[in-house]
Ligand binder design. Structure first.
Ligand code: AMP
Length: 189
């Protein structure tokens, strides 16, 4: 049976969101994207949105405590009982440790973390294109470069955390959207 408590991991522009939508469709589990949740809060001008906007606009990480709160609340909902796919979280080793603790309290764990591997040159190209197509305020060249720096410094160590516990699976993220989905489904089954 396919793993159903999973996370998708990779640099900005690696295709996490696109692949996440396809995988949750196939597995019938909810898609939990901290980026989407926070963008919605910014759009709706909620108290959370007011707090996270500046970090997002600068391409910096939102503080761990806020992210953990969001994820904890989301995972407590009934639709997560049979599994879930986390997208864009955890992004620091601290978030990964906290997430393990939250799930452990419920007798659960992240079974697999799929890392989408894409060379840096292609990431920048994809992000610049997305900025033009979707008008995302953090997809400008300056902010993109900052997000990639943050990824290398703070987020890439998260892959070692999962590698050490035997949960990381690396997937080539270059090529057709469909081909990449097939590679992911193969490692999850
Ligand atoms: P994303 O849509 O996943 O690329 O996230 C967009 C932005 O939201 C990031 O650049 C961060 O500012 C913020 N963000 C999303 N998820 C997290 C997270 N797990 N930890 C910290 N900041 C996050």
């Amino acid at each position: 049976m396919a793993s159903k408590r999973i996370a998708i991991f990779g640099a900005p522009g690696a295709g996490k969101g696109t692949q996440a939508k396809r995988i949750v469709g196939a597995l019938g589990i909810p898609h939990i994207s901290t980026g989407d949740i926070m963008r919605e809060a910014v759009r709706d001008e909620t108290p959370l949105g007011m707090k996270v906007k500046e970090y997002m606009d600068r391409g910096e990480l939102v503080p761990d405590s806020m992210v953990i709160e969001i994820v904890k609340d989301r995972l407590a909902r009934d639709d997560c009982k049979g599994g879930f796919l986390l997208d864009g979280v955890p992004r620091t080793v601290y978030q990964a440790e906290e997430l393990d603790r939250i799930l452990e309290d419920r007798g659960q764990s992240i079974e697999k973390v799929v890392q989408l591997c894409v060379p840096e040159g292609e990431l920048i190209e994809r992000l610049v294109k997305r900025g033009v197509a979707e008008g995302r305020s953090d997809d400008t060249r300056e902010v993109i470069e900052q997000r990639l720096r943050v990824y290398l410094k703070e987020t890439s160590p998260v892959s070692d955390y999962y590698k050490e516990s035997g949960r990381l699976v690396e997937v080539d993220g270059v090529g057709d959207v469909e081909a990449v989905t097939e590679r992911i489904m193969a490692v999850l089954s």
